[in-house]
Design a protein around this ligand. Structure first.
Ligand code: EPZ
Length: 423
């Protein structure tokens, strides 16, 4: 296992490229199961989660080739049972359900286990599949979905206790592409990653309208064909580096971003006193550290609201921002594992009932800390950049799940970091 040693105090300068989106790539890789023809997907980030998804679809029988960010997938003949050993490693494996059910009329996938960021049921996914006519059985920790006569279009409301579901919308949308008739998804997730998947499916010959809004209409087709597609930029990776630049940078530039996808993140960083300057096309931005900083109030929400996947990183930024900040996570109310570790570094944070109250301190101090999940680990790296001394962040595998070569990118910006073996 690796750990990251961050020697605090360096000023970040220069420019980096943001990678393709992990959360768009995962369902798009699974969607290749819907056709027997070649799918070529570009800008797939080299992170453990995309590697897991590639292992799962290979285990299902797909022929996969990968060279740097381009993945070619051919699913000429596939099986309908995903191996537990692979599925248990990543929640997003549930994305294979929709394509397998639609293409094979049956799928067996293990029920996802617990998750440190909070309760993550898949009842909404199953509600959608049942409405499309699938029969659902549970046995031995597995779910078996069957629709021997194929799926039929239906009206489905995917509203949950915490709002719409991203992967649930993806899964039902993928299943409905080959269903008989029209499917309408109400209370759909409208994340840019959902729209990117719909664009991918439509280029395969699907008939989807309304993706990117709360109401998606899918007219089923008999067959889908091969496609070439380039994945959208990773707005969460971009947001993470935007926060790093606000914390420790001087005119850091991020290339290959998408301004429109980052409005809520940019607004929060600017509200705390920094300035984000996008170029005309909105594909690059430069972050200018502010002189007069202030605490802010943030409440996470489904897109286009403030993303829960940027909550931890913003907490780290606000830990040394003068004033009081209040951060409420409405999507994953328990997603505050990073706060205990930030407090070990001297942060003043009180967490209660899904809300963190942060009183900004002048500077954090280095301490050995432990990553608990993907975004929490990013928050610890950000905090360590300006902390006094050298911080050791263990369980680095969490950050490798979703950040492509983060240590190399930080080094390119002049941070003093080193990846070392954790004895
Ligand atoms: C996606 O997860 C992302 N993952 C998550 O990012 C992200 O945090 C989340 O959306 C919310 O934006 C990927 O895209 C691979 P949800 P997903 O279903 O789809 C509840 C990261 O850091 N819910 O939209 O699994 C659920 O408990 C990851 O990159 C139900 O109640 O999340 C949560 O409170 C972490 N029943 C809320 O809905 C269901 O059937 C939103 O979850 C499904 C979800």
């Amino acid at each position: 296992m690796d750990k990251l040693v961050v020697h605090g105090g360096s000023t970040l300068r220069g420019a980096i490229n943001i990678s393709g989106s992990k959360n768009a790539s995962l369902p798009i890789l699974a969607a290749a199961l819907l056709t027997e023809e070649d799918c070529i997907i570009r800008r797939v980030p080299d992170v453990s989660d995309t590697n897991y998804m590639i292992q799962i679809i290979s285990a299902l029988g797909a022929d996969v080739e990968r060279s740097s960010g381009t993945v070619r997938i051919t699913c000429a003949d596939i099986m309908d049972e995903a191996p537990y050993e692979l599925v248990r490693r990543m929640r997003a494996s549930v994305c294979v359900m929709g394509p397998l059910l639609a293409r094979k009329g049956r799928c067996v996938v293990s029920l996802p286990g617990g998750c440190v960021i909070g309760d993550r049921p898949i009842d909404l996914h199953l509600r959608g599949f049942e409405a499309l006519g699938a029969k659902i059985e549970f046995e031995g920790g597995n779910i078996t979905l069957t629709a021997p006569d194929g799926l039929r279009g239906a009206e489905i409301d995917l509203r949950g206790t915490h709002g719409p579901t991203v992967l649930g919308t993806d899964n039902v949308m993928m299943a409905a592409t080959l269903a008989e008739g029209i499917t309408v998804i109400e209370s759909a997730a409208a994340e840019p990653e959902v729209l990117d998947l719909a664009n991918f499916l439509n280029s395969m010959g699907a008939k989807i309208t309304g993706a990117g809004t709360r109401r998606i209409v899918i007219e089923g087709v008999k067959k889908l064909h091969g496609v070439e597609h380039t994945v959208i930029p990773d707005r969460i990776e971009a947001g993470t580096f935007m926060a790093a630049a606000a914390l420790a940078g001087e005119g850091v530039t991020l290339h290959r971003v998408c301004r429109d996808h980052m409005k809520a993140i940019t607004a929060a960083i600017e509200l705390s006193g920094h300035r984000v300057e996008f170029n005309e096309s909105g594909c690059s931005c430069t972050i200018h550290r502010g002189d007069v900083l202030q605490g802010v109030e943030i409440t996470t929400a489904p897109y286009a609201g403030y993303p829960t996947d940027m909550q931890a990183q913003m907490t780290a930024l606000l830990a040394t921002t003068p004033g009081i900040s209040v951060i409420k996570d409405t999507i994953f109310p328990q997603r505050f594992m990073h706060c205990a570790e930030l407090k070990r570094m001297g942060a003043d944070i009180k967490v209660d009932n899904g809300t963190a109250v942060v009183r900004g301190v002048a500077q954090l101090s280095a301490a050995p800390v432990m990553a608990s999940d993907l975004r929490a680990s990013a928050a610890l790296v950000l905090a360590a950049l300006t902390a006094k001394g050298s911080t050791e962040i263990s369980r680095l595998y969490h950050i490798d799940r979703g950040y492509e070569h983060i240590d190399e990118k930080l080094l390119m910006l002049g941070a003093n970091v080193e990846r070392v073996k954790d004895r």
